[in-house]
Design a protein. Structure first.
Length: 85
């Protein structure tokens, strides 16, 4: 996706909607936890929350190996490997 001339990665369209919704919910929760940790000055909690943000974004295909360069099986494994988020 291109916004104002800058390319941004988008969520993998092959992710089943129910799974994508669960991953987005986990991402938003982790982002809220990052903010709470920053406000509290808790560096350990912040680091943990940032790891959860990263894991959710990788599962959604927004980070890591581009989803369009992966096989269908690799894509499925990517989002299924993070089912415990």
């Amino acid at each position: 996706m291109v916004i104002n001339g800058r390319r941004w990665r988008a969520t993998d369209p092959a992710i089943p909607e129910e799974t994508a919704a669960r991953l987005r919910k986990a991402l938003m929760s982790a982002r809220r936890d990052v903010g709470a940790a920053l406000r509290a000055g808790d560096e350990v909690a912040e680091a943990q929350a940032r790891r959860r943000v990263h894991a959710a974004k990788v599962a959604l295909g927004e980070r890591g190996t581009p989803w369009w360069e992966q096989t269908a099986e690799e894509r499925r494994q990517r989002w299924e490997s993070t089912m415990d988020l």
